[in-house]
Design a binder for this molecule. Structure first.
Ligand SMILES: *[C@@H]1O[C@H](CO)[C@@H](O)[C@H](O)[C@H]1NC(C)=O
Length: 217
């Protein structure tokens, strides 16, 4: 009996320590986020709309329009998170639509707060992620229509359209606000810039190359 109680306490302690680092579990059916606290209820740091006033529009959004892939990387990510669907607030989930021109790419990036599960609806994508230090193993696969792939939380990952046609994918993410850190933009495009001599040594590059990259990002 004592052992069981101790076990229960350890489990509870673990559960609460995990919960504090991730999206909170809802304490109610939903908490449609509103900016104006008039008629609102304060839950988990956000104002919630009075649930009696919730409408279908609070829980819906349309991503039928392809994103504009006419840009240097040839891809476009359309987010569907709590900013687009206020009803996602406190629910720990969101989505993205990703359009790719032929040979377009979703450059190496990470989501600090979410695991991602991606479904290919059109085209052929080379996708992958790299495990953490020291191994830095590349886990990679070519995906076709109907294939699904998972990018674990926090790991650097990418998608590359290796087909001659457009590609389309949707992904679910395990946070209402997953966040994105695009590696090249964060490292070479920070504001203000990171010292180029430091970056030259870190990336084993000529400082001229670093300065050139810093101009581009
Ligand atoms: C990482 O590499 C080491 C040395 O090769 C190996 O023993 C270990 O199993 C690897 N870990 C993973 C998670 O692949």
């Amino acid at each position: 009996m004592k052992g069981l109680i101790l076990q229960a306490f350890v489990l509870l302690a673990l559960a609460s320590s995990f919960a504090s680092a991730f999206d909170p579990s809802p304490l109610q059916d939903f908490c449609v986020a509103i900016d104006d606290p008039l008629n609102g209820v304060f839950v988990n740091g956000k104002f919630c709309k009075d649930p009696k006033l919730a409408k279908a529009e609070d829980f819906s959004y349309s991503v039928k329009m392809p994103g504009d892939t006419n840009n240097p990387v040839g891809s476009s990510v359309t987010p569907v998170n709590v900013d687009q669907i206020p009803g996602l607030n406190t629910l720990g989930i969101s989505a993205v639509r990703i359009d790719f021109a032929p040979y377009g790419q979703n450059a190496p990036h990470t989501h600090p707060r979410a695991t991602e599960i991606l479904v290919v609806l059109e085209g052929t994508l080379l996708v992958g992620f790299v495990t953490s230090n020291p191994n830095n193993t590349l886990i990679s696969k070519v995906l076709n229509k109907g294939d699904v792939f998972v990018f674990p939380i926090g790991l650097i990952h990418f998608q590359f359209n290796i087909g001659k046609t457009n590609a389309l994918a949707f992904a679910g993410l395990s946070s209402q606000n997953p966040g994105v850190i695009t590696i090249a933009n964060a490292v070479f495009g920070s504001d203000p810039p990171i010292n180029p001599y430091f970056l030259a040594k870190a990336f084993m590059l000529d400082v001229k190359v670093v300065k050139n990259l810093q101009k581009k990002f």
